[in-house]
Ligand binder design. Structure first.
Ligand SMILES: NC(=O)c1ccc[n+]([C@@H]2O[C@H](COP(=O)([O-])OP(=O)(O)OC[C@H]3O[C@@H](n4cnc5c(N)ncnc54)[C@H](OP(=O)(O)O)[C@@H]3O)[C@@H](O)[C@H]2O)c1
Length: 264
């Protein structure tokens, strides 16, 4: 990244915009005086959490200041973005909107689509991205450096893959939360006090995930190993599998994927 590259985040006070902006500062990827953020509602001054960051209400002002523009508004607000990005690099975090739609909207062909998730807040996001043809190798290196401030960033070979991962990794805590909710309901129905049930569920999910990450094993191998172990867990796993847990998860991911793909 050239030393004076200015990054502009449209929607920079929102959940994802703020996570990315604060990660860029925290990791010293971008100095505060080279970051500019916008939102429609107020905060048109230096934002209290980021004292030296320039905050504007006018997206055209942001576009004039920034070399790289990050779009971090909700998909339904894309219509309200009225900028001319010229030939600047544009990184869209929007679910559902294709690179072509973004390009048509902002007027630049140098478009990257990236899909964050809520774990960006704790710098543990999985942040896949896909670049359109006009994006250079130097641009790609810059995108990777910016996005990996939030966790793990990964370039994808096709935009189709990004639509798929919108449904999977873009969901962030959603699917673990569903599993946790179900386990918590069950533990409480068995008479455990709420606090202990919650602690047990969270420590099991977090500890189990960290262990899987550390040993790097295929999750299917772990399931097989525990079924072969033939203890109490095997009974639980086999009953869940026989009850159609895989099919339910696959149907859920299919539905989210259809929504992410829209009419494409
Ligand atoms: N949150 C997630 O877990 C998640 C996961 C994957 C992908 N994403 C994607 O990330 C994008 C941002 O989502 P989010 O969760 O961060 O949404 P959010 O918290 O609602 O933030 C969006 C921000 O955009 C601002 N905004 C809306 N229209 C604007 C405009 N015309 N000009 C300037 N600012 C504008 C809003 O502020 P004002 O209303 O004050 O303008 C708000 O601060 C979405 O497209 C979503 O698909 C989010």
């Amino acid at each position: 990244m050239s030393q004076d590259t200015v990054i502009g985040i449209i929607g920079g006070h929102g959940w994802m915009g703020q996570s990315l902006g604060t990660a860029l500062l925290e990791r010293n990827v971008v100095p505060a005086d080279q970051l500019v953020v916008s939102s429609r509602s107020g905060k048109g001054e230096a934002y209290r959490d980021w004292p030296k960051v320039r905050c504007v209400k006018d997206n055209r002002e942001l576009a004039a200041l920034a070399d790289v523009i990050v779009l971090s508004v909700r998909p339904q607000d894309l219509g309200s973005i009225d900028i001319e990005a010229g030939d600047n690099l544009v990184i869209s975090l929007l679910a559902m909107a294709s690179s072509q739609e973004i390009s048509n909207k902002v007027g630049s062909n140098r478009v990257v689509r990236a899909m964050p998730n809520a774990a960006a807040e704790i710098r543990r996001a999985y942040f896949p991205w896909h670049a359109s043809q006009q994006v250079s190798e130097a641009d790609k290196q810059l995108v990777q450096a910016l996005l990996e401030s939030c966790g793990t960033a990964r370039e994808l070979p096709t935009e189709r893959d990004l639509d798929y991962l919108t449904a999977l990794s873009g969901a962030g805590p959603a699917y673990p939360a569903l599993l946790a909710q179900s386990m918590l309901e069950h533990a409480k129905s068995m008479g455990l006090p709420h606090d202990i049930a919650l602690e047990a569920v969270m420590q099991t999910l977090v500890g189990g995930s960290l262990l899987l990450e550390k040993i790097g094993t295929d999750p299917g191998d772990m399931v097989e190993r525990l079924i072969s172990y033939n203890g109490t867990t095997a009974k639980g796993l086999q009953t869940m599998i026989d009850g159609g847990i895989h099919q339910a998860i696959h149907r859920g991911l299919d539905a989210a994927h259809r929504a992410a793909r829209g009419s494409r």
